[in-house]
Design a protein around this ligand. Structure first.
Ligand SMILES: Cc1cc2nc3c(=O)[nH]c(=O)nc-3n(C[C@H](O)[C@H](O)[C@H](O)COP(=O)(O)OP(=O)(O)OC[C@H]3O[C@@H](n4cnc5c(N)ncnc54)[C@H](O)[C@@H]3O)c2cc1C
Length: 261
């Protein structure tokens, strides 16, 4: 079996994977490889199917102006942008989840949302206004969802292509059709992954392994087990490649760790 090496390996080929890979390069990793299980025409995970609704904290129109530099002033003035405070975002999260939420993770999501969008803008992601309702010449938005990456509603592929171009400029390699089937290492240290790419199986050793392989929504057996009765019958609108095996690999490592003396 052949063995390869990279400083950082990112498992997955969706939005989170691109963001992790780009952040790793920015952080100084000399070589970053993304492993995408899907064939190239299907890369990108659920973002391919997404409406690219971006909810984030912002202070008001002046801030949003930086994301829409080419829009003429008259058109920009029609956009109603009253701001969306951290308290608004938290209240919306509590409302839609009926309070069943991990409060620590919610706090990270809320507090980092503005910085994350700015980071994307600085990297070169292009933006346009989100879907709105026009009344009396003014455009009103769902609170917190006022812009999204260019490509229109349902523009997930456009967003992914923007990420792909940024990753390529930074020298990040993407291996398509490359399924991770095992985490290498032990309960103290993950040293790499075992990959199957249809032609061969090989080991990819790495200084760090970042798991961004999505959920298990395309796995009926796991849906039934973890989401409840009849969840296996749900119709899945997203990626058919999100079958949860990487989560299971991570759970095995965690189980070994918690069982260790
Ligand atoms: C129809 C639809 C509409 C949506 N609309 C919105 C929206 O408007 N706003 C919003 O914020 N969110 C929306 N979402 C949710 C959003 O798309 C997801 O939360 C987001 O794309 C998740 O990104 P991710 O990178 O974490 O995971 P995913 O996109 O699920 O990516 C997982 C990646 O891992 C790969 N993978 C899986 N197993 C392996 C393996 N063994 N080896 C290697 N690679 C593997 C997959 O091929 C995929 O590339 C929507 C989702 C759907 C389905």
């Amino acid at each position: 079996m052949t063995s390869k090496h990279a400083s950082v390996v990112v498992v997955g080929g969706g939005s989170a994977a691109f963001e992790a890979a780009v952040a790793a390069r920015q952080g100084g990793a000399p070589s970053v490889i993304m492993l995408e299980k899907a064939p190239e025409p299907e890369f990108g995970g659920n973002a391919r199917f997404s409406h690219t609704g971006f909810r984030f904290v912002y202070s008001g129109a002046d801030e949003i102006r930086r994301f829409l530099p080419e829009m003429d002033s008259a058109t920009f003035k029609t956009l109603q942008l009253p701001g969306y405070a951290p308290e608004d975002f938290t209240a919306d999260l509590m409302r839609v989840t009926r309070g069943r939420i991990n409060k620590d993770l919610a706090e990270v999501l809320v507090n980092e949302s503005n910085g994350a969008i700015d980071w994307m803008r600085e990297l070169g992601i292009q933006w346009e206004p989100a879907g709105s309702v026009e009344i009396g010449g003014k455009r009103y938005f769902e609170p917190g969802i006022v812009i999204h990456p260019t490509g229109g509603v349902g523009g997930g592929v456009s967003q992914l292509n923007q990420w792909r171009a940024i990753a390529s400029r930074m020298g990040i390699e993407i291996y398509f059709d490359s399924r991770v089937r095992e985490l290498l290492g032990n309960d103290r240290h993950i040293e790499g992954v075992r990959v199957s790419d249809g032609r061969e199986e090989y080991e990819l050793r790495a200084g760090a392994v970042i798991l961004c392989a999505g959920g298990f929504q395309a796995n009926p057996e796991m849906r039934a087990r973890y989401l409840g009765a009849n969840a296996d019958l749900m119709k899945v609108r997203g990626s058919r490649h999100d079958t949860g095996e990487v989560l299971q690999m991570a759970l095995v490592v965690t189980a070994i760790r918690s069982a260790s003396p």
